[in-house]
Every structure is written in C-alpha cells, then in structure tokens.
Write a protein that binds this ligand. Structure first.
Ligand SMILES: Cc1cc2nc3c(=O)[nH]c(=O)nc-3n(C[C@H](O)[C@H](O)[C@H](O)COP(=O)(O)OP(=O)(O)OC[C@H]3O[C@@H](n4cnc5c(N)ncnc54)[C@H](O)[C@@H]3O)c2cc1C
Length: 421
C-alpha cells in the first residue's frame, strides 16, 4: 500500500504525540495523520507548569508545542477534547468522542502519558486539595499561591519529588508558608539516593521550607470545602490552607489494557510494554513517552521514563518506527529542573542500590559541581548543578562504560572527554 492510502492515528496530544505527528510529516509521510486528545488545549509542554508559567514569568502561548495553525498547515487532523475509549485490534479501529466515532488505522501510536496519583485518605475531596498535571491545574494553583502569598497562608505539599519541590520553590517565591511531608528519608530519594537528596533538602530549608521525612499524610481536615490542616501518621497536625498532592504519576494504560496489549510488570514501573523500536505486543501499535516501558540495552533493564526529553525524542522515534525505519531507541535518560537559583540537568539512571559511590567534581558547597553515580568504576549517571554545556560529555561517559579513575573523575582539571575511552 502506498503512503497516501494509509492512516496513522495518534492517541494523546502531549509532547510525544505532537512530536510524532511532526516527524511523520518531516519524514515525508503523505497519508492521513489523526491526533486525538482528551484535553481541549492544543498540545503543550508541561515543565513550565511548575516553573515559569506557575510563577507568572512565562506567557501562556510559550508552552504550546506548535502554534495552533501548524496542525492544519501540515494536514494533521486534530480532535481535541475527545477521549479514545476503545481500540479494536481485529477491526483496526479506535473509538472516540461522545458519539462513539470510529476511525480505521494502519498504524496506531499510544502516547497517553500519565496522570497524578491521588491521595487515598479522608479529606481529599476538599476544594483546597490540588494536583498538577494540566494547564488548568497550573492556572488554578497560580491563583492559590498568589492568595497564600498575600495572606501569609500555608501550603502543605505531600511528596518531595520533582513536582513537589518545584512547587515548593514557586510557593516560597509567592511568599506562602510551605511544609513538605515525604515518605522517604530525603527528597528525591528514589531517583538520587540520600547523598544528593540532602542537597535539595538544604536548598529548600535555606529558603524557609519545612520538611517532615518518613511520614505520610493520613487526613486532611476542613470545613465548607476549605482546608484547615493536614495530619501525618506521626500524630502531627500541620496548618494548611491548601494541599498539593505530588505523590507521583501513574501511566495511563487503560486503553492498552482494554485492547489486550501486554503491560510491563508494576515492579519495573508498569506502563505499556514495548520493544527497542517502541512497538507493543501488536506489531501495528506503538507506544512512546511517559506511558511506554522500553528495554534499555545500556542499563540492562526496562525503563519507563517520565521526563520531557523522553517524550521529545520517543515520539519521533516511534513515528520513524511506524514508517518502517530500523532504529533502536536507546537514548540516555535526561531530566532538568530549576528551583530558586539552582538549575541542574541529570543524565543516566542510578537509583539507590545500583551504585556504590557518588563522586563530586567541583564545589558542592557553592552548588556548582557535577555529581557522578558510579558502580565498580563505571559511570551510571551524572548530574550537573549550575554547570552548563556538559551533558554531551556526561552522556558519552555513561555510554562508553569506560572504567574510570575516580580521582580523575573528581578533578575538574581533567577533561571529561579524556575519561570516556
Ligand atoms: C508539572 C510538571 C512539570 C514537569 N517538569 C519537568 C521537567 O522540569 N523536566 C522534565 O524532564 N520533565 C518534566 N515533566 C515531565 C514531562 O512533562 C512529561 O514526561 C511529558 O509531559 C510526557 O509527555 P507525554 O506526551 O508522554 O504525556 P503527556 O504530556 O501526559 O500527554 C498525554 C496526553 O494524552 C492524553 N490522553 C491520555 N489518554 C487519552 C485517551 N484515552 N484519549 C485521548 N487522550 C488521552 C492526556 O490527557 C494528555 O493530554 C513535568 C511534568 C509535569 C506534570
């Protein structure tokens, strides 16, 4: 069949879905491209929702992946505000919208992303309890932080992961009182381990954030929809006028599951199981972005990566695979964050238990350094903090699997390039 007779359907209009559509056109695909998303906004990028946009420093227009006219100009049929509720693999159709419209696909991409995990405790239905995933959430939260800052109000954040910490920083900039309660022993413990998690705790404490580690929320009390306090399992009651639940995200796998596609083991992070070409257990269906669990040759494990760069690169990789290109998806995971005056980039994968030492290159006290997570002399991950233009070198070092001399790794005078061979 020639391209022009084919229909490629993309479910999910986040970064992965929008970039996949762009790539199909860039690669010269002339068939129908249909992008369906349950959100009403055009595809947008989420990182500003907890940073510049939340702080009122980035304009609304700046978050969109493409300007609205781009879709028609590239002949991408966009269906916004429409949920896909079924995939019929035998008939090769997806069903979407309130009227149950069906459309036939030749290839299908699931780019359905993830959704915030909900607190399962009394009080979560109060109007003052918030989540942060969508533009509308950020807009609401911006209003809340503005009034908390103005009235010296208290925000309790459940979860000291990336989103919890970024919102803590934004809330402090607005002048709100901030308490973070976290199940782990340090912030970001499951990603960075204790050594570097501590750095983030210190950074936030210096800015007036209060932390309670090793505890979980048990109840949010309130009256007439308003939040009054949050209780933790150590018996403490924390004053609160609003609560943000930032306890992680769950991959949106319902569609894949309903279609009988294979899912990844929850112990491996769950998600839709794909191969190294992002193909699911059905050869005509692909998955990319937050929802996809792919085998990573370099780390010898399955990864499900909830980061911007994985959507940015995974969407296009899936699009090329849909076009039959033989390309392995093996990007080194990459993440960035900005909190107060600290900017950092993290490359690699080194959860606690996978590394045997952390090597610091530079001045950790001044917060200008690179941290390396090392196992048996090999670099698994690197995080540059307020040091820039080193991501390529760090990723080359990780990819090289070179046995490094840790003294040389710690020495800023030794070029990183010289260690990657
Ligand atoms: C507040 C916030 C801040 C972040 N900051 C950073 C950061 O600083 N750095 C970083 O690396 N990453 C960051 N991330 C993570 C990054 O934004 C995600 O990894 C990225 O958005 C994933 O893109 P995606 O396209 O896979 O999924 P999503 O962006 O979640 O898009 C999926 C879309 O599919 C839609 N959808 C799902 N199911 C259906 C269905 N059945 N029918 C129709 N539509 C459906 C969803 O509503 C959604 O619009 C942040 C995320 C958030 C929420």
């Amino acid at each position: 069949m020639v391209d022009a007779d084919q229909t490629f359907v993309i479910v999910g209009g986040g970064l992965a879905g929008a970039k996949a559509a762009e790539t199909l056109r860039e690669e010269g695909f002339t068939g129908r491209v249909i992008l369906i998303c349950d959100e009403r906004d055009h595809p947008y990028e989420r990182p500003p929702l907890s940073k510049g946009y939340l702080l009122g420093k980035a304009a609304r227009d700046s978050v969109f992946v493409h300007e609205p006219a781009w879709y028609a100009r590239h002949d991408v049929e966009l269906h916004l505000g429409q949920t896909v509720d079924a995939v019929d693999r035998a008939a090769r159709t997806v069903r979407f919208g309130e009227d149950g419209t069906t459309v036939r696909y030749d290839k299908l991409l699931l780019a359905t992303g993830a959704e915030p995990r909900r607190l399962d405790i009394p009080g979560t239905d109060l109007a003052g309890v918030h989540h942060l995933r969508r533009l509308a959430h950020a807009e609401r939260l911006k209003g809340v932080l503005t009034s908390l800052g103005r009235d010296n109000g208290h925000l309790v954040i459940a979860g000291a992961g990336w989103i919890g910490l970024e919102v803590a920083a934004a809330a402090r900039e607005y002048g709100a009182e901030v308490t973070v309660v976290h199940r782990g022993p340090t912030p970001l413990h499951s990603v960075l381990g204790p050594e570097l998690g501590q750095l983030f705790a210190e950074l936030h404490r210096e800015h007036g954030v209060r932390f309670h580690f090793g505890v979980t929320l048990t109840e949010i009390t309130g009256q007439d929809g308003m939040v009054l306090a949050a209780r933790t399992d150590d018996g403490e009651e924390h004053p609160a006028h609003a609560v943000l639940a930032a306890i992680g995200a769950a991959p949106r796998t319902a569609l894949a599951e309903g279609a009988g596609l294979q899912l990844a083991d929850p112990a491996d992070g769950g998600g839709v199981l794909v191969d190294e070409r992002l193909r699911t257990s059905d050869p005509d269906i692909y998955a990319a972005g937050d929802v996809a669990s792919f085998p990573h040759g370099l780390f010898g494990t399955r990864l499900r990566v909830e980061h911007w760069a994985n959507a940015l690169n995974g969407g296009p990789a899936a699009a090329r695979a849909m076009l039959g290109r033989e390309e392995l998806y093996d990007r080194v995971p990459y993440f960035f964050t900005d909190q107060y005056d600290l900017g950092m980039e993290y490359s690699g994968w080194a959860p606690p238990g996978s590394y045997d030492q952390v090597v610091i290159r530079g001045d950790a006290g001044k917060r200008e350094f690179i941290a390396f997570w090392v196992r048996e002399g090999r670099v698994l991950a690197g995080m540059n903090v307020n040091v820039w233009d080193v991501t390529d070198q760090i990723q080359r070092l990780i990819r090289s699997r070179a046995q490094v001399d840790t003294e040389a790794l710690a020495d800023p005078h030794v070029p990183l390039e010289s260690l990657a061979s």
